[in-house]
Ligand binder design. Structure first.
Ligand SMILES: NC(=O)c1ccc[n+]([C@@H]2O[C@H](COP(=O)([O-])OP(=O)(O)OC[C@H]3O[C@@H](n4cnc5c(N)ncnc54)[C@H](O)[C@@H]3O)[C@@H](O)[C@H]2O)c1
Length: 380
């Protein structure tokens, strides 16, 4: 007995990642999987077919899917992919069910057991499977590189025979996984870095990286860990402090997100107009509409004194490393179910139960239809 596992070439525009790498292929083979791939699936990530020695290549996508017990993907697959899978087969991929109602219905109708990577619970045991974190960390790192290439100045202090220049001032707004990685990267590159977030616990996190927290003098902590609504006076006070920090920065990286909602606007048009000449904003929240009122998702634009860089799907820009981490995330999840050359799903396992989106013709959760309450509403 063995488990047939299939990986297609991703078809979403600009997606270069792949769900399987040669290192993970070798480990899956040891667990009893027989691996099949569409030719060229790894090319976008710099992985030619010949790098996959444990894999059989099948050009016909339908034939590849028809025999698969498990299909691995990065982006939510096209409906034809689900139609070609056999009932009862397993799909492991990012799905973002709230944005993909037709796809979710297809998964239910075709009785596919779907594990949605964005649903991996954020508990310590599941950290090795947490693809949101692995991809966000890379995006945070890469945002600093992108910003640096658009700046007409360097990040560190440089002392030359002609005199000293720098360092640049960097402000990171939103201190989740991507934001903290951006803080650490800009700090390593020699910039003077400060971070801002509505969650007070991020103060200690940014300080432990050797950087400053922007203290607005207003504590937004409410009951039960939720941020509370600020009074009009408090809002004015926060805005005044942030305007001053925004307009002192050479490079701003924004990463603020609220699950299930459009990106909160942290930088207004008026604040952009008052920024330093030649300054740069890298908006990592472009996918959710952006954290700056002037952001044009997917574009790099010049607005008054500033350049606003708003890339979409940043992990795909570092597809080699992003695929390596993503494939390891998926391997760790698969290792919970792949034993003795068969797939066994232990539904009492919290990680599997919470990550599953559909099983046996049913949605496993009502959350898809009713978004979860938001933990960190915009307080600024
Ligand atoms: N395994 C684990 O335990 C684990 C793994 C990863 C992340 N986490 C935690 O999950 C949380 C979310 O992390 P994420 O990277 O997914 O975050 P995210 O991408 O959802 O959001 C990024 C940041 O934006 C901040 N934000 C939202 N509105 C804002 C506003 N108006 N102004 C300023 N900042 C604003 C959020 O507080 C968050 O820190 C964090 O607490 C993180 O530490 C836990």
């Amino acid at each position: 007995m063995y488990v047939n596992l299939a990986v297609l070439k991703e078809t979403k525009p600009h997606e270069r990642r792949v769900a399987l790498t040669p290192a993970v292929a070798a480990r899956l083979t040891k667990l009893g999987a027989k691996l099949h791939m569409q030719p060229g699936a790894g090319e976008g990530a710099g992985l030619p077919d010949k790098a996959f020695t444990d894999v059989a290549f099948i050009a016909d996508r339908k034939a590849l899917l028809a025999d698969a017990d498990v299909v691995l993907a990065v982006q939510p697959p096209a409906p034809e992919v689900i139609d070609a899978m056999k009932p009862g087969a397993i799909l492991i991929s990012f799905i973002y069910a709230g944005d993909e109602p037709a796809l979710v219905q297809r998964l239910v109708d075709r009785k596919i057991t779907c594990f949605a990577m964005e649903r991996i619970p954020r508990i310590s045991r599941a950290q090795a499977m947490d693809a949101l974190s692995s991809q966000s960390a890379l995006a945070g790192y890469y945002a600093v590189q992108l910003g640096a290439t658009h700046l007409a100045r360097v990040l560190p202090k440089l002392t030359t025979a002609a005199g000293a220049i720098g360092p640049a001032q960097v402000l990171v707004m939103g201190l989740g996984v991507a934001g903290l990685e951006a803080v650490a990267t800009a700090h390593r590159l020699g910039a003077v870095v400060e971070g801002y977030d509505v969650r007070p616990e991020t103060k200690g996190q940014v300080e432990s990286l050797g950087c400053k927290f922007v203290d607005t003098g207003v504590d937004a902590t409410g009951k039960g860990g939720y941020a509370r609504e600020l009074t009009p006076e408090e809002k004015t006070k926060v805005a005044a402090v942030l305007t001053q920090r925004i307009q002192a920065a050479d490079l701003i990286i924004t990463t603020a997100a609220i699950p299930g909602r459009p990106s909160p606007k942290l930088i207004s048009k008026a604040q952009v107009a008052g920024m330093k000449a030649g300054s740069v904003i890298v908006d990592l929240s472009a996918e959710g509409g952006g954290n700056c009122e002037d952001t044009v998702p997917g574009e790099t634009t010049r607005v008054g004194p500033a350049t606003i860089v708003a890339p979409l799907n940043v992990p795909s820009l570092v597809a080699d490393d992003a695929s390596a981490l993503y494939a390891k995330n998926q391997f760790s999840l698969l290792a919970l179910m792949l034993k003795d050359n068969i797939v066994t799903i232990d539904w009492t396992d919290e990680v599997l139960a919470k990550t599953a989106l559909t099983h046996d013709g049913k949605l496993t959760t009502a959350e898809v239809l009713k978004p979860a309450p938001v933990k960190t509403p915009a307080a600024a």
